[in-house]
Design a protein around this ligand. Structure first.
Ligand code: HEM
Length: 622
């Protein structure tokens, strides 16, 4: 054995010399020649062939990976160094040919995106290869603004992500997907030129129009009003007295209470009444989304598919029942905003336009409404949990919040109890700041845009048509070029919650969400104070000025989330209703470790906590 190793070493050394100095075969020692002959003999007789064949394959694979990485790294460096205006963003290097960045992106999407952005910086978009597709990851705040501009909204769609979600997540039958894909008419009332889609088949336009119409104005007032009334009823009836009652998890508590109220406000009571396991099945479905989105065959993950089918069956059952008892075409101006069978006008409007689409069947319609219930709850409820958690864990903040809520209570002629002025409540500065900070920190999603027909330019970069451009809300939220992270004396790092981040205090030049160049601002402010006698300003004000390219939990432009007004009112209104009924105390975590955001849910939106948040509550004494 030792002899063999020694000979191998000598063979390698001699071969190396042969390569280096051009030594001819004759000068190689006899011993080495004999050894080589022996090896060749072994090869021919097949004794070591199998063993070495595996090594050869391994070596080839390693070489392929290394050379793929070297080539893509070279391409990336050339792309980065190029000064050509209007060039495609540089490629992110990868090891595996053809698959490219696909496996790391599926395996751990957050880390892969985060590392890529850290490597290239905020001003450089990066091209990812995902098997046969290419996707661009954009991270600069000014790039976000360009991609959400009116010009971009006119020529971009979100179709790639929507089709993927419909088929893989919500179970839209695959024979209906091509009809969604065929609608290239855009989201404006005038269809895009050459789209050739019948007006009643413009599904994207009809969906966006209905959502914007019925989730604003009177529709919004009705939805929030119904939601808060239902929540009020549930909290009044809850079996909680003046003694403290332990609850295992704040998130689970809200997943039940707030979800039921939101679904009833949106769909009426019958969906939940007819399907008693809907709530549990729904949250199981949310847990299964990272699996379902991969589109694996059913036999590889039968549980998630079975659970989703139960939900789809429940929605179909409710649709059937509601159609038997009510008329979805009642969506005129004098028709009720809410009725008990279909619930909100939004649901009736969606049924109404879908009934004119020949391709829309009962299964596709059920998948559509499962998608809407998902959009309504999966971001808002985790965000609400964090919102309440942050307030409850800081007694000083809780006291400030109570002061803001109490300031919105006014006496009423009809009731002996003071009535909450909800409009004033939703505009309270501190509550808005906590809400905005919660969404900045606890929502992590990817918004996509795809140039429809022509290439699109963002700064010096060009994005070819039909390729997906991805914008990560988390990247915006952590962009140090955008955000105020406090001062050296009073730091507020971007990965930590800061209730006052969105407040501008009249006497503090360093306050407000936007990053400040500290010395300049201080000097500027001091000179202003000396030269002006300012009128007395009261209290802080909520501000989003300058951070539009960093705060994108709702996406942006024309496709910005139409449910954002409801979500804000739902979050702030739920807190006020909860605190009106109960006192709440968080319990110390048993292991002393605070809950974190579960990044496995990136890029699906609201990040749930990594662990249970135990708490106690008791009925508030008036
Ligand atoms: C914190 C809560 C929420 C967050 C973070 C959120 C986030 C988003 C985002 C990022 C989009 C895509 C926007 C884009 O592409 O630019 C979206 C779309 C949408 N959201 Fe929300 N959302 C929330 C709550 C809601 C609620 C409560 C509803 C319904 C009441 C809702 C209904 C919708 C609908 C229907 C769309 C699709 C709009 C379209 O196709 O253009 N969302 N949401």
């Amino acid at each position: 054995m030792a002899n063999n190793i020694e000979i191998s070493r000598r063979v390698l050394l001699e071969l190396r010399d042969a390569l280096r100095y051009g030594v001819c075969y004759d000068s190689v020692s006899t011993e080495v020649k004999q050894w080589q002959d022996l090896r060749i003999g072994n090869y021919l007789s097949g004794r070591t062939f199998q063993h070495d064949w595996r090594k050869v394959i391994g070596l080839c694979i390693a070489l392929t990976f290394v050379s793929t990485y070297t080539i893509t790294l070279l391409k990336s460096t050339i792309g980065l160094r190029s000064k050509k205006h209007g060039r495609e963003p540089p490629i992110a290097p990868y090891w595996i040919p053809f698959l490219g960045n696909l496996l790391p992106l599926i395996w751990d999407p957050f880390t892969h995106c985060d590392e890529t952005i850290k490597r290239y910086g905020y001003s450089t978009p990066v091209r990812l290869r995902l098997g046969p597709f290419k996707m661009y990851l954009v991270s600069g705040a000014d790039h976000y603004m360009t991609l959400f501009s009116n010009k971009a909204s006119r020529c971009m769609n979100t179709k790639g992500a929507v089709l993927l979600a419909l088929e893989n997540m919500f179970g839209t039958p695959s024979n209906v997907i091509p009809f969604y894909a065929a609608d290239k008419s855009g989201v404006n009332s005038t269809p895009l030129p050459g789209s050739g889609v019948q007006p009643e088949h413009r599904i994207t336009y009809l969906q966006v129009k209905a959502a914007h119409k019925h989730l604003s104005g009177t529709g919004l007032a009705q939805m929030t009003g119904s939601f808060l009334n239902i929540l009020e009823r549930r909290f009044s009836e809850a079996q909680v007295g003046p003694e403290w009652v332990d609850q295992p998890d704040l998130y689970a508590f809200l997943q039940n209470e707030v979800f039921r109220a939101a679904v009833e406000a949106l769909c009426g009571p019958h969906l939940l009444l007819q399907s008693p396991t809907f709530v549990e099945d729904f949250w199981q479905f949310v847990t299964d989304v990272p699996t379902l989105i991969k589109g694996l065959p059913r036999w590889m993950s039968p549980g998630p598919y079975r659970n989703r089918q139960r939900l789809l069956d429940a929605v179909k059952k409710w649709h059937r029942y509601a159609s038997e008892h009510s008329d979805f075409s009642r969506i005129g101006i004098n028709d009720p905003e809410w009725e008990p069978y279909f619930g909100s006008k939004l649901i009736r409007a969606r049924q109404e336009y879908s009934s004119k689409m020949f391709f829309m069947n009962k299964d596709a319609l059920a998948a559509e409404d499962l998608g809407l219930i998902f959009a309504t709850n999966t971001n808002a409820i985790p965000s609400l949990s964090w919102f309440i958690y942050e307030i409850c864990r800081d007694p000083a903040l809780m006291a400030r919040v109570h002061r803001e809520i109490d300031a919105c209570r006014e006496s009423s002629a009809e009731s002996n109890k003071p009535v909450l002025d909800t409009n004033a409540l939703y505009n309270q500065p501190l509550l808005q700041s906590i809400y905005a900070e919660t969404l900045r920190l606890r929502v992590a999603l990817i918004v996509t845009r795809t140039p429809e027909q022509e290439e699109f330019n963002v700064g010096q970069w060009t994005f070819p048509p039909k390729r997906v451009i991805a914008l990560s809300s988390r990247t915006g939220a952590m962009n140090p070029n955008v955000w105020n992270a406090g001062t050296p004396e009073d730091p507020h790092p971007l990965d930590k919650f800061w209730a006052d981040r969105f407040l501008i205090y009249p006497n503090d030049p360093m306050s407000g969400p936007l990053r400040k160049d500290q010395t300049d601002i201080k000097n500027d402010y001091m000179s202003k104070c000396i030269s002006e006698t300012k009128p007395a300003e009261t209290g802080p004000r909520f501000s989003m000025e300058g951070v539009e390219g960093g705060w994108i939990p709702y996406g942006g432009g024309q496709r910005m989330c139409p449910g954002r007004h409801f979500a804000k009112q739902e979050i702030i209104g739920s807190l006020a209703t909860l605190l009106a009924h109960f006192e709440i105390k968080l319990k110390e975590p048993k292991d002393g470790i605070e809950p974190e955001c579960d990044m496995r849910y990136f890029p699906f939106g609201g990040l749930p906590p990594t662990k249970d948040i135990p708490f106690s509550l008791r009925r508030r004494q008036l």
